[in-house]
Design a protein around this ligand. Structure first.
Ligand code: HEM
Length: 503
């Protein structure tokens, strides 16, 4: 201590030491609190996940989680954590992951009137100030948007949309033959299905496709979208701490931020063009939004940026997964061929209605969605102060259900890791089928579920009716090699399509 005019004054070094000591004591106290006294302290999980909020000095909030998220391995890590620690695991200081169908029902199932709901967390925020259906966290805004959009997904609209879907599927089938040189050349189906699904959604959103099917190539916009989705979902982290503005560019795909802006600009321009056309009477998304007139122009434009991602990559991913499972299970492929080829005398007989009654095709689609759910993240929600799987979750606790545990859990599924489409036919193996929820449930369940099933039924039935399929590059563990970039980033899947000899 220095003495000036009889007063004790701290030297800069002593002051710095005192400050450092206080910070250290504060953080040690935080760690002790998070590990032993926090309301979630009794739940197991990696210790680093539990305390990562406390390393304030480095501003490294939630580092464990960010690392896992950006590595693309988070869904698999969570599977391993549940195997190690049981049905409830603490994966962030304030988030618990659950693994059971009961927890899924508690969090996502319909709630009775007047009961508080589990609402989406900041995980769904992005840097667009206009809320959109997939991310809107305010229940009133969401409900208004959903009401307006739901007409575009009604049974009546779907009937009218089938013509559009069929048009792109037929073009797609021709491209398979042309680019695949009638079975001589392999196509990478992890990419190729995107041509079809993005064209369908492009047409239903803006009245014009991306041109993937016609040109037989992936539109630059699609590449941009796929690279930018992970970035979109990390924006809430950037808001929480400026540290992430520094670190995330190293963890995300190159130029992801720029690509996100390109996606926004593209969809805004296309939407503006579409809005100018007004209600065209077509059963597309804009006609319905314009007819209801409950959304501002900005809100309508914002919806399309979301619908394009929600409605295309998911369906394409499911089709790639189904392709992989069928090719790895030739007996299942033979049963599907026999059902589809026996049901139709020509490919034009394959329609939404005529495929709706094909049990094996239905089983194949459900089984693929079970083993490889196209939405791999675990859809976090805030507890309103309610029970989850028998545990009371204080208000504000983040809760989520692992996307990959429940659909393979042997407590719910007989031979859960195997591809067995017959489990979906009749009683099947008496599995607990609610443990597969690829489209989620309740108020935030997928709005496009019927469109997705229609597309999948039609394209799979037609591909099976027309072609014999062959895995051109043998591969195992295709699912395990996928990485999560909010949606799945899939490894190549090279397939040859030989026109059926007996057709
Ligand atoms: C196999 C294909 C598909 C799967 C597995 C799937 C799955 C899902 C899931 C799990 C959610 C909930 C996400 C969450 O809560 O975070 C969701 C929401 C949504 N999906 Fe799909 N989806 C598919 C296809 C489609 C299609 C074709 C569309 C049409 C555009 C679509 C539109 C939507 C919309 C608008 C939402 C938000 C619903 C809301 O919050 O009210 N999806 N989807």
């Amino acid at each position: 201590m220095l003495q000036i005019a009889g007063v004790h004054v701290a030297t800069p070094v002593a002051a710095a030491l005192a400050a450092a000591l206080s910070i250290a004591i504060y953080h040690i106290a935080q760690v002790v609190y998070l590990l032993f006294f926090h309301p979630l302290a009794k739940y197991p999980g990696p210790k680093f996940a539990a305390i990562s909020d406390s390393i304030e000095a480095l501003i490294v909030k939630q580092l464990w989680w960010v690392w896992e998220l950006s590595s693309g391995r988070l869904p698999f890590t969570i599977v391993d954590l549940h195997k190690k620690h049981g049905d409830v695991v603490r994966i962030r200081p304030n988030e618990l992951s659950f693994a059971t169908a009961e927890a899924f029902q508690d969090i996502h199932g319909h709630v009775s009137q007047g009961k508080p709901r589990f609402l989406k967390t900041e995980f769904y925020d992005n840097d667009d100030p206009t809320p959109r259906i997939t991310g809107a966290r305010d229940p009133e805004v969401h409900s208004r948007q959903r009401k307006s959009l739901s007409h575009a997904f009604s049974a009546k609209s779907l009937r009218e949309q089938e013509e559009i879907v069929q048009k792109y599927i037929n073009g797609f089938l021709q491209q398979l033959a042309k680019l695949g040189k009638n079975g001589q050349k392999a196509l990478n189906m992890a990419e190729t299905f995107n041509w079809l699904t993005f064209d369908v959604i492009g047409d239903l959103s803006f009245g014009e496709p991306f041109g993937g099917v016609e040109k037989g190539e992936t539109h630059i916009w699609i590449k941009v979208i796929l690279d930018s989705v992970l970035n979109a979902q990390t924006i809430f982290l950037r808001r929480k701490s400026s540290f992430y503005n520094f670190i995330l560019p190293f963890l995300l795909p190159e130029g992801a931020n720029k690509k996100l802006k390109i996606h926004r600009t593209f969809s805004r321009e296309k939407s503006q063009k579409r809005i100018q056309l007004g209600d065209t009477g077509r059963a597309d998304f804009f006609s319905h939004m314009l007819q209801r007139a409950t959304m501002s122009e900005a809100e309508m434009m914002s919806q399309t940026a979301s619908l394009i991602i929600a409605g295309s990559e998911t369906t394409a991913t499911s089709l790639s997964g189904t392709t992989f499972f069928l090719l790895k299970n030739p007996d299942c492929m033979a049963k599907l061929q026999s059902e589809v080829r026996g049901a139709f005398t020509c490919v034009d007989e394959i329609t939404g209605d005529s495929t709706a009654g094909l049990p094996y095709l239905h089983g194949v689609i459900e089984e693929s969605l079970r083993l490889f759910p196209p939405v791999p993240f675990s859809m976090p929600r805030y507890s309103p102060g309610a029970m989850v799987d028998g545990y009371y979750m204080p208000k504000g606790t983040e809760v989520s259900v692992s996307a990959l545990n429940m659909p393979r859990d042997e407590r719910y599924w007989h031979d859960g890791d195997s591809f067995r489409p017959e489990r979906w036919i009749g009683e099947g193996f008496n599995d607990h089928k609610k443990a597969s929820q690829p489209f989620s449930a309740g108020a935030r369940a997928c709005l496009g579920i019927n469109l997705a099933y229609l597309e999948m039924r039609l394209v799979l039935a037609k591909m099976v009716w027309l072609y014999d399929w062959e895995l051109a590059v043998p591969r195992d563990g295709w699912v395990r090699d996928c990485k999560m970039s909010i949606l799945w980033k899939k490894p190549d899947l090279w397939v040859k399509y030989q026109p059926r000899a007996d057709a």
